[in-house]
Design a protein around this ligand. Sequence first.
Ligand code: GLN
Length: 386
Amino acid sequence: MTTRTYAMLALEDGTIWHGYALGAIGERTGEVVFNTSMTGYQEVLTDPSYYGQIVVMTAPHIGNTGVNREDEESRHPWVAGFVVRAASPYVSNWRAAQSLHEYLAEHGIVAMTGVDTRALVRHIRTQGAMRAVISSENPEPDRLIAAARAAPSMNGLDLVPYVTCAEPYHWVEGNPGEWGPGETPAQRGESTFHVVAYDFGIKRNILRLLAEHGCRVTVVPATMPAADVLALEPDGVFLSNGPGDPAAVTYGVQAVRDLLGKTPVFGICLGHQILGLALGGTTYKLHFGHRGGNQPVRFSDTMRVEISSHNHGFAVDASSLPEGVEITHINLNDGCVEGLRAPDQRAFSVQYHPEAAPGPHDARYLFRRFVELMEQARNQRSMSSG
Ligand SMILES: NC(=O)CC[C@H](N)C(=O)O
């Protein structure tokens, strides 16, 4: 149940937004952004890419299916804050283990309900994503506005060290709803490809889909140098999603530069941006970003439009990409780069989320493409050694 403690969101531009406390009582700083997904608030909360961000949901009614164990995209929620129009006082779902309020409170996430999210989202859309403070502890406008202005800007911020794993680990499980215990190719001992996945803030559904496509995955910390990754004898390297400014993840960019041409590479979101930087491109910050489940993206090979799931505030600059790098996907709303490939290096990436957690499944074919690339590389190796 929600409490009626007053809470406030203060933006760096001096505007204040009123509501009631939800989740933990406290005060947090972050970049305020909005997400237009109709469902999937639990995946949003637990996506490590939202580390350092206060997420406003445009869907007005949030929390009615509660929180369950299966839909977590990582081990706990990462958002800096969470803002909704109306948190449901009732939980109605057979999988629910907890209410949203209980879950947020247990994990120390400061949230607000009762906020005029339509006005707030229109404001962010016009003025851009900006620094903000959410407080249910001591909601004093002048102090909070000053704190928002004193907070670090997302531009130039490397947040990967906060979310990456400390030690390498293995992943072989599929989606629990679709694959029973021990049923993925990797669990049956049939897996054919060893994928080393850089954890810049990886989502579990990416790992599940890799396992379902016949990969045995070793997840490694973001700072692992290329030589150590190659020593694991991967068939391919995966670059994960993650928070913050891609240009600040210099060690990741260097590692990918060292890997290019030596092993197939597939990147998603932050991984796509890091690949773009390693190939010689640049990235820039979008005005308010794309976060939601219905973004139209066109794939140039087929001219087919995919409805896709997005969560990004930065993008690769199309004009910065050198010869030999092809733009494969663009966003039909604003024309920004949503996918690229470097055929000579067997590397490709997408800015959006084929793992779709939450979101539509139109882009699942990209996991098959990664497997095909690994197959080609293996065939070529065996031809040149035989
Ligand atoms: N989901 C992601 O990987 C996000 C990438 C990056 N942090 C951005 O905001 O653009």
